[in-house]
Design a protein. Sequence first.
Length: 190
Amino acid sequence: MKAVIDKDRHWYVVRTNVKAEVKASENVRKAGYDVYYPRRRMEVKNKRTHTYTTRESALMPRYLFVGLSQADMNFFKVRACDGVECILGVDGRPAQICADHVEAIFLAEIDMEFDDTRAARIYRKEEVASAKEHTAKRFPVGKDLECRVGTRCRAYSTVQGGNDQDIYLEVPSFSYFCRKSNLPGFRDQN
């Protein structure tokens, strides 16, 4: 796979035989054409060993993108490649798709938008790498929290910092056994 999608080429969608995407992409590439085979990665957990393995599969099963140059628009040569079923089109004529659309899918794949792995979720900032980062994300410094002592007293505090196990709060002093308190925001539940 090239590093970028060549916008000077005319791009077409090729339908492959069942589970023959890799074979078709290799054979079309050997025939001298640009091929883009979009893939996605996912982690699968082994239930016995509790380990994760990364598996790669087709993003769009049975479909590839083929780039043909203006000088060599031989659709029969592409169709004759092993693993290729047909070129998608209308009324027997192959339908060209915009290179910008192919490039958008390519860039999204590079940006791990289709991947379902822990590394991709951390990269997209959907998940954090450590317990410390998780605590910092859940309780950012300066966030106001409500602390309850029993059922009667409430105190409002501010997060000052923390680590993966503890959160450091600034709490105004108050008497634990008081029924009513002078704390701002205190409400009696009765």
